[in-house]
Write a protein that binds this ligand. Sequence first.
Ligand SMILES: [Mn+2]
Length: 351
Amino acid sequence: MQVELQHNTLEVNLKPEFSMGQLCYIRGLLDGARRAAVVSHTNADGDAVGSVMGLTLMLRALYPQLEVTAMLPDGCPAQFGWMPLSAEILNGRTDAERCHEALTGADVVFVLDLNTPPRMESLATAFTASRAAKVLVDHHHSPDTEAFDLIISEPLISSTCELVVWLADALWGEEAVSREAATCLYVGLRTDTGGFAFSNTQPSLYMAAAQLVATGIDPADINNRILNTFSENRLRFYGYAISNCLTVDREHSFAYFAISLDDQRHFGVGPEDMEGLVNYTLLMVDIECGALIREEENRCKVSLRSKYTTDVNSMARQLFDGGGHTKAAGATSKLTLQQTVKKLTDHIATR
Ligand SMILES: [Mn+2]
């Protein structure tokens, strides 16, 4: 495979457009609703946490009659413990009953930053059973059109948090985004774009960022809280992984980490510590595509990244029934670590 210096050809979009029908539908739902739930995907990242918190804060401020319950399938990750609402976000595993009750009793459920109910893992059953109006706000490819009553899906938008900014502007006006909500939403803008660096960075992203920063948030402080958070163990594990778990296939411009359970136990690191490790593969100048394969009990998690032309979204879907974005995707493999590595490297070699 040749690395081509080719820029992606996304349309230069300014802001997403919402139809009057979409806006009226959401306003109508909220005017009549007494209970709402806001939910996102398992193993929540900054965009999932930020959009859930940002939207929850705005709904509470704008609709005092509305009881809004925020939840995540496996709770709010510790790294986001500094964010507003982190202490009250329900955990689909440990607060299963309250989540079930909130989902089935809701008049409206907002689903953020995912494209299909199985991404809600423990909460998917209650979500599907719920008779609430279901509104999806997301930027992944191929949303499940059967699962929602209204789908706002913008795969060209940087992040769900950015989409929430524009949706809130359209529904309620710029003033609806408080400083506190802006802090949450900025986290998703920042993390889903690798700090305004990935190919999903385009004019509307900076416009949304400008609006959020204008509310008085502290971008430098948020940056520290997002990036400079490693434990000593985690940093030493990265050193170990780069030295011992990284394979580089120059012929195919491909590099991957294979991380065994033993290594994870030895260093006392978990899935959240692996967040971002896959990006190290792309630091190499002649590597176009990178992967991280992390062993779990009875399965493996696969993360895929690319720099220029490789569509890792379709690769994840084709090989492991996963998905995501063109240049960043993920999947769960039911195979062993060795089998997963083989399936992936065989695919890379035959492309
Ligand atoms: Mn996202």
